[in-house]
Design a protein around this ligand. Structure first.
Ligand code: FA5
Length: 366
């Protein structure tokens, strides 16, 4: 009996002194392991008479229970200490600059979309989206282009065939203007949104590609007039090109969904083969470049979108994102945007760390 008591005390002391998980495992094997003395002592119970067993068993059982508990407690303590040590060893400082140069780069179109969103967010615009696979009603009819409207022919539309093989109902959106309709139907008025995204037309040369990007702008409120449109576009382009001498020309035009309609041109000059925005397009050595269309939202469109034109007015614009990216960053062939040539991307792409912000400059280059 005293043997077991002193052996237990010795085991508990050794367990308490174990300074590693390995040392603790040795203690476990010596006591509770198959050949450990506690296990062997338990086995002797089988060969005893019932009286002997009743006398001997409680001491052995209690030795086993206290050793098992001590082993478990010590194991938890050693594991916690090991984790602490590992955490201390593997500590990293997330505020340090990355040591590995990031692979790949941000495409100029993505960068310009972020720049647009940043500038328009500052003017109180939210970003809206719509599907690239659109229906005829949102892309044309609700924008005041019924089936016989000649403007439809100018859009060189990609249609999907329906069950009968006819191509009329579902199409790849030809512009971002259907998002105007979706936003008005969803949100009602007042509204202040931009909608950047991909659009598709069967069209291809150095300044036209079958897929390109537009950003739509829509403001609906009471007492909105063309002056608000001009101020908004001028303020946007000054921030975007980071120049004060941006001169816009609003040229009378025609879009079925705006009335009156104006095309937006910006003055630029050519320096060393590169176009540089700024100044009036009719000044010596300068010219105008068309960036997009705009106008006051046609009353018919407001009606299609469920708004009362007697109460609400607004303006809308649609700009070619690829065009303004070319003008800002000096590319001259639009098709190269979509070739996926790594050399082009390495040259014109942006660092993922170069997030456009108004405070740091929306056009900061890495
Ligand atoms: C439109 O698409 C109208 N939805 C714009 C608009 C919106 C007018 C709201 C009024 C109110 P347009 O077809 O002109 O208009 O295209 C607008 C701009 O997209 C063009 O000025 C040009 O910058 C760009 N663009 C047009 N076709 C292509 C193309 N194939 N490749 C690259 N950019 C293009």
């Amino acid at each position: 009996m005293t043997d077991i008591t002193s052996q237990t005390e010795a085991a508990l002391a050794a367990i308490a002194a174990a300074d590693s998980l390995d040392a603790l495992e040795t203690q476990r094997l010596d006591t509770l392991g198959k050949k450990g003395w506690v296990s062997l002592a338990l086995k002797t119970l089988g060969g005893m008479s019932p009286e002997e067993r009743t006398a001997a068993a409680p001491a052995i059982q209690s030795a086993r229970a206290s050793i098992a508990e001590a082993l478990e407690t010590k194991k938890a303590a050693l594991e916690a200490a090991a984790l602490e040590q590992q955490l201390a060893r593997e500590r990293i400082d997330l505020t340090l600059p990355a040591q590995v140069a990031p692979k790949g780069s941000v495409h100029p179109v993505s960068q310009v979309m972020d720049e647009l969103a940043e500038i328009f967010a500052d003017l109180g615009f939210a970003v809206a989206t719509g599907p690239e696979i659109e229906d005829d009603w949102h892309n044309f009819t609700a924008l005041n282009m019924d089936e016989t409207h000649p403007a439809r022919a100018m859009h060189d539309t990609f249609y999907f065939p329906d069950k009968t093989g006819e191509c009329r109902e579902i199409l790849l959106r030809t512009h971002t203007s259907p998002v105007q309709i979706r936003a008005m139907l969803d949100q009602g008025a007042p509204i202040r949104i931009i909608a950047p995204g991909r659009v598709y037309r069967s069209d291809s040369d150095a300044t036209h590609t079958p897929m390109f990007h537009q950003v739509e702008g829509l403001v609906i409120d009471r007492d909105i007039h063309l002056g608000h449109l001009k101020w908004t576009l001028e303020t946007f382009f000054k921030a975007f090109f980071e120049r004060e001498d941006i001169t816009l020309r609003l040229r009378p035009s025609y879009f079925p969904f705006t009335e009156p309609s104006v095309e937006v041109d910006v003055g630029y000059s050519t320096e060393g083969g590169r176009r540089v925005v700024g100044g009036r397009g009719d000044a010596p050595g300068h010219a105008w470049m068309e960036l997009g269309g705009s106008g006051m939202v046609n009353a018919r469109v407001l009606e299609f979108a469920g708004l009362d034109p007697a109460e609400w007015q607004g303006f809308a614009f649609g700009l070619g994102i690829d065009r303004i990216a070319m003008l800002k960053y000096g590319m001259n062939d639009l098709r190269a945007f979509f070739d996926g040539d790594p050399r082009w991307l390495a040259h014109y792409g942006f660092s993922p760390f170069d997030q456009p912000t108004l405070s740091a400059g929306v056009g900061a280059r890495a």
